[in-house]
Design a binder for this molecule. Structure first.
Ligand SMILES: Nc1ncnc2c1ncn2[C@@H]1O[C@H](COP(=O)(O)OP(=O)(O)OP(=O)(O)O)[C@@H](O)[C@H]1O
Ligand SMILES: [Mg+2]
Length: 204
């Protein structure tokens, strides 16, 4: 059987990490043992780049540098993990992928979408997920959910305007790629979100 590459994306506290476990379990019940991974990260080097991106001690970083670091980690992830696993017929579930660059570096930081797209083409050519589940939640609700975590990472210090732009950019992506990106209302209960996801997964 052919493997599939499924990504789960969305703004802070939308429930990505919660729902990726649900998807993993759902697939397992169908006899599919998926590989869980995440971005930025997913490989040894990628996780080191993640540390640079998220650590509060990293200091000042130009937005273009941030974009290139994210894509450097992604290149490592795709070349050394995702593609080889897909070739072996494995299913892969990734907590975030390229859409996050359009949302955070494009929407949040305000980088030109055309330049992000150029870099994406350079790094990934036409490699794209088979399906992306986009969990959407109003920024304030998402923030409240993650508040109890306490320690903020380098990105989480950004203001409300930043996160609203991130959310809007994600929604714009789903409108641009309606076949691949499934927009899910993640503002209700965990169970409610899982039910919506389960309905969508039936088409796989
Ligand atoms: N629909 C929901 N309703 C209420 N609480 C939720 C819901 N989904 C997730 N949570 C809770 O909110 C917190 C954040 O969820 P989770 O870590 O899955 O979000 P995330 O999208 O992965 O966040 P981050 O962007 O920080 O990685 C967790 O404590 C989780 O149990
Ligand atoms: Mg998470």
């Amino acid at each position: 059987m052919q493997g599939k590459f499924i990504t789960i994306d969305g703004n802070e506290g939308a429930g990505k990490s919660t729902q990726i476990d649900f998807i993993y379990q759902y697939l397992k019940n169908k006899g599919i043992s998926a590989v869980l991974t995440r971005e930025p990260g997913g490989t040894e080097l990628g996780e080191k780049i993640r540390e640079l991106l998220l650590s509060n001690s990293t200091g000042k970083m130009h937005s273009d540098t941030e974009l290139m670091l994210v894509f450097a980690a992604r290149n490592e992830h795709v070349q050394n993990k995702i593609m080889p696993l897909l070739e072996q017929g494995e299913w892969i579930l990734s907590d975030r992928f390229s859409d996050a660059s359009y949302a955070y570096q494009g929407g949040g930081r305000g980088l030109d979408i055309a330049r992000i797209s150029q870099l994406e083409s350079w790094v990934l050519q036409d490699f794209t997920p088979d399906m992306t589940l986009l969990l959407d939640v109003p920024v304030d609700i998402g923030m409240k959910r993650v508040e109890s975590r306490g320690k903020k990472d380098r990105i989480e210090w950004e203001n409300l305007g930043f996160f609203n732009r991130v959310r809007d950019a994600y929604i714009a992506r789903s409108q641009q790629y309606p076949d691949r990106i499934k927009l899910i209302d993640a503002s209700q209960s965990i169970q409610n979100t899982s039910n919506q996801i389960q309905e969508i997964l039936k088409i796989l």
